[in-house]
Design a protein around this ligand. Sequence first.
Ligand SMILES: [Zn+2]
Ligand SMILES: [Zn+2]
Length: 276
Amino acid sequence: MSQNLTDSGALTDDFEEVEVIEPERVVIREGDLSFESTESESVTLHTEIYPQISSGSEVEWIVEDADIVYVDPDGTVTPLRAGQTTIKAVLTGTVMDEINVTVGGSGEGHVHNLILINETKPTCCSTGNIAYWHCEECGLNFKDEAGSEVLQSVVKAIDPDNHAGGTEIRNAAAATAETDGYTGDVYCLGCGQMIRKGEVIGRLTDDDQSGAEVPDGENPDKTDPGISSGSDEFGKTQADSVKTGDLSSYYLCLALLLTSAGIITTVLSGRKRIKR
Ligand SMILES: [Zn+2]
Ligand SMILES: [Zn+2]
């Protein structure tokens, strides 16, 4: 790559299209800022980088006196205390812009009214948060009750292993004299992933069939799509999987059995499909 660069740093024809133009100047578009008081709304600063086709880099915001205003990584300025300070937008060591910021009002300034926000654990479908102290007036989050350290993020990333939102058993099939059954795979309703594979249930022996499974000694192939004879079988399948399952799937199974005959019918018709 380096041999394609000429002495002046310009790129040869081969690489013209991906030429990197170094930024020469950054300008804070809003210019100097003035807040009437600490109660004033936050203002978001924007930058322009010249030449405009230079590859966009993240600007770093630096406040001279962090007690007077707070600037978040997106450039949003929140007044905290009356006074005067400066904010720098720094692109590189030499490319930067600086503005003056004044916060009016009495010198007493904003006193954070902090409430503790408890930690919540992330799950497979939602982010969590660390424990932190939040000021409703200025919207800032702090690491401690004293409000000495501002937190830029309190979010805990999604935890793909912490399944939440309930589970569902899919592809369950009862055993018959001809075919093996299947306890069904357990799926997480939060992220849609299969979290536990089911197990094969051995096909029914003569002993099994002498029970109530086949009423009136009819053709054992005939499956009642209703709940009457099928539900016993289904209930057994569910109970088997519950023994190896976790609590949440147990409660889901219970809820399904108690409240939703419709779902049972669905599973039974699924079973019929598998038989073919
Ligand atoms: Zn505050
Ligand atoms: Zn999940």
